[in-house]
Design a protein around this ligand. Structure first.
Ligand code: NAD
Ligand code: GLY
Length: 364
């Protein structure tokens, strides 16, 4: 088992990474009071709920809420369902919520924990690659609004994150690819050597080779922890973690939540960010082809859907948390291994990227 720490003063917390961690009862020392509520969904419940519950000593009062599965249910109605369970079970301020699931469950459980009685503790047990390398770490919680992704939410850090890499064995292949989009992101924005590691081992990673997966998850979480420790509330460098996301969120919102997986939309969005970075003269055509190759090797889409016009893109991208005074701000690549956040680009070049379709990346 490997251990990392997210350094946030008195809100610091550990991330445990390894095989078989679900059965080890690692969460027990992090349960504050005598009650806990495990939040999961109808897909994960039959796979992992009983195994987790078996590790919790009998003196704890354990409740469970099983939500419907899917991004389209990431809304305030499900938050109310969690609140109903908490109130029905007479949970008090010392209660601990436990998120057992992917990013949807993690984001919603964290948000419910941030709001219930003005804030209670929660623990992340992420079960998708995406949630293990990204959403479970850093304290961003929330739900979608029909007009924008993740528009309602709060920063609320967990007590600990427990990553059992074995659970990825039951993950559909498409979901593994979606998670790989966020892993690749870390190499592109922060660590070219890590990108080289991914390029060298992408087949083994997609084949779920345990040692490779653990290394990739460890490095991804280490980068995320480093970035969050520097900039918890996203005043600066944390925005780099949104490479491809402004384009990607527009795709998710336009196509209907769940039609494109978040990671798939990030894959196509990353290519769009690379294309624009190239048009601005920051990265080369060879860099863009390199990015396309690794995304394709991870079976990710590299073009946005043809159904979205450039005007629609602009409209959707204008509902983004990075927008300031009506200006779209984008995360772009200054070079492989270094990102930047900027609104200082020629709008005509952005239009070219949005209109490029299947010729995306062939600009320079
Ligand atoms: P998800 O939570 O919808 O999970 C994907 C699918 O896999 C679901 O059907 C789920 O039931 C299933 N599943 C989960 N674990 C499984 C397992 N071990 N075996 C079999 N099936 C399993 O999607 P996701 O990709 O984990 O998360 C996407 C969400 O995360 C989006 O809502 C996105 O906005 C959010 N997100 C948040 C942050 C953050 O910082 N908070 C970062 C990135 C993404
Ligand atoms: N996933 C982006 C962030 O946590 O900031």
């Amino acid at each position: 088992m490997q251990k990392l720490k997210v350094e946030l003063g008195d809100r610091s917390y550990p991330i445990y990474i390894g095989q078989g961690l679900l059965d080890k009862g690692l969460l027990v020392p992090y349960i504050k009071g005598s009650q806990l509520l495990i939040v999961t969904n109808e897909t994960i419940e039959p796979l992992y709920l009983e195994r987790l519950k078996a590790t919790i000593p009998s003196h704890f009062k354990v409740g469970t809420v099983v939500l419907p599965d899917g991004e389209r249910y990431k809304d305030l109605n499900q938050i109310n369902t969690i609140f109903d369970s908490l109130l029905d079970g007479q949970h008090n301020r010392t209660t601990t919520l436990v998120a057992l699931g992917g990013g949807v469950i993690g984001d919603m459980t964290g948000f419910a924990a941030a709001c219930y009685q003005r804030g209670v503790n929660f623990i992340q047990i992420p079960t998708t690659l995406l949630s293990q390398v990204d959403s479970s770490v850093g304290g961003k919680t929330g739900v979608n609004h029909p007009k924008g992704k993740n528009m309602i939410g709060a920063f609320h850090q967990p007590q600990c994150v427990i990553i059992d890499t074995d659970v990825l064995g039951t993950l559909p292949e498409k979901e593994l690819s979606a998670g790989m989009a966020e892993v690749i992101k870390y190499g592109l924005i922060y660590d070219e050597a890590f990108l080289c590691f991914l390029e060298d081992h992408i087949d083994g990673l997609m084949g779920l080779q345990p040692e490779l997966l653990e290394q990739a998850i460890y490095r991804s979480c280490a980068i995320k922890a480093e970035v969050v420790a520097q900039d918890e509330k996203e005043a600066g460098i944390r925005a780099w973690l949104n490479l491809g996301h402004t384009f990607g969120h527009a795709i998710e919102t336009s196509e209907g939540y769940g039609a494109w997986l978040h990671g798939e939309a990030v894959g196509a969005g990353t290519m769009m960010a690379a294309d624009l970075s190239c048009r601005l003269g920051w990265i080369s055509g060879k860099d863009v082809q390199r990015i396309k190759s690794i995304l394709e090797a991870a079976n990710l889409p590299v073009y946005p859907p043809e159904t979205i016009s450039s005007d629609q893109f602009i409209e959707l991208m204008s509902v983004d948390k990075k927008v300031i005074d009506g200006n779209i701000r984008l995360v772009l690549l200054e070079k492989i291994g270094m990102a930047t956040v900027t609104s200082d680009f020629d709008a005509a070049l952005l239009k070219e990227t949005l209109k490029a379709g299947k010729s995306l990346g062939q600009c320079c």
